[in-house]
Design a binder for this molecule. Structure first.
Ligand code: KG4
Length: 307
């Protein structure tokens, strides 16, 4: 028997609705308010939540049109319950609760970070082998996990300060690069500009990117003429080099060769390039599932229901 799931994601600046038939994605519609928020220089929770209010019905209707199913066939509604911006999460929760009440079907809360952990296995679930380790690098999190089942997930390491994506966005802003900083810095990156003076010491525990961020900020404040490419490239090079050495360390320690990577920073071209030379098996989400999306929410609810 087929099992239909609607997933809802509104934790930050993407309004996303998805429909899964068992573990297969039939439709995933995401409307980003990134451009609107860029006018304000970054995320303003109140504005982001108003965008969700505006976009949630549009995404829902598009998803229904694209999936061509009868809404009464839906068996489960899952939504991002945490973590995220409270005013944004609230919009998704109200929508999900209303839908589950209207359809008289089960409602399931899904942890946003746990959904990112499983996103590389969307439309690829036969590759899941427990335990595996997972790195989530987004605007809100930089954490490493040991995953023993869809519900048994332990934190191995996590940032004590800024998440890597957040540091990317801040550095991008200091350097007057377009928001969000991650893709902008990735675009101007030039390996010929790398110098030792920005190296992040490997002993830095737990994960921390505030040292390099503050160093770059100070240089910008004290310089008459800022070398945008040198600063952006060194930030990216040393942050990614540090991150990879940490992943490899935990892989050795947990004897796990499978590493799933999730979160917006996982789209980084330099990161993907460097990892391709490792002996470990790195599994990335498809590009469309590497940023926030509702398919990963529905997918994890399927795995949890069927474990
Ligand atoms: O997972 P995500 O879409 O949203 C949350 O943080 O919840 O991640 C967004 C983050 C932003 O900080 C953005 O700058 C970063 O991912 N990002 C990147 C790249 N694309 C997006 N960082 C580095 N390189 C990229 N290519």
């Amino acid at each position: 028997m087929n099992y239909y799931i609607i997933g809802i994601e509104t934790s930050c600046d993407d309004t996303s609705l998805s429909l899964l038939k068992n573990d297969q994605v039939i439709s995933c519609i995401t409307i980003s308010s990134e451009k609107k928020l860029a006018e304000f220089g970054g995320i303003i929770p109140e504005i982001a939540s108003r965008e969700h209010v505006k976009n949630i019905m549009i995404s829902f209707n598009k998803m229904l049109d694209e999936s061509k199913i009868n809404i009464s066939d839906v068996n489960l509604i899952s939504y991002t319950s945490n973590p995220g911006l409270p005013t944004c999460l609230h919009i998704g929760k109200i929508f999900a609760k209303t839908l589950s009440w209207y359809l008289n079907v089960e409602l399931m809360e899904i942890d946003h970070i746990h959904a990112h952990i499983f996103s590389p296995f969307i439309n690829n679930s036969e590759k899941i082998e427990y335990p595996f380790i997972s790195l989530i690098v987004s605007g809100g999190t930089t954490s490493l996990f040991k995953v023993s089942s869809p519900t048994k997930i332990e934190v191995l390491n996590s940032t004590s300060d800024d998440a890597l994506g957040e540091a990317y966005d801040k550095i991008g802003r200091y350097l007057n690069l377009p928001y969000p900083g991650g893709p902008s810095i990735d675009e101007v990156f030039n390996e010929n500009s790398i110098t030792e003076k920005y190296r992040i010491p490997l002993a830095t525990e737990p994960f921390s990117f505030s040292g390099i961020k503050s160093k770059i900020k100070k240089i910008i404040e004290q310089s008459e003429k800022v070398n945008q490419i040198e600063l952006a490239s060194n930030f990216q090079y040393w942050a990614i080099t540090y991150l990879i050495s940490k992943i490899e360390h935990y892989s050795r320690e947990t004897k796990s060769k499978i590493i799933s990577i999730g979160g917006g920073v996982s789209a980084n071209k330099y990161f993907r390039n460097k990892i391709s030379t490792s002996n470990n098996i790195y599994i990335f989400p498809e590009k469309k599932y590497s940023c926030d999306n509702a398919a990963m929410i529905a997918f994890l609810s399927f795995l949890q229901k069927n474990y």
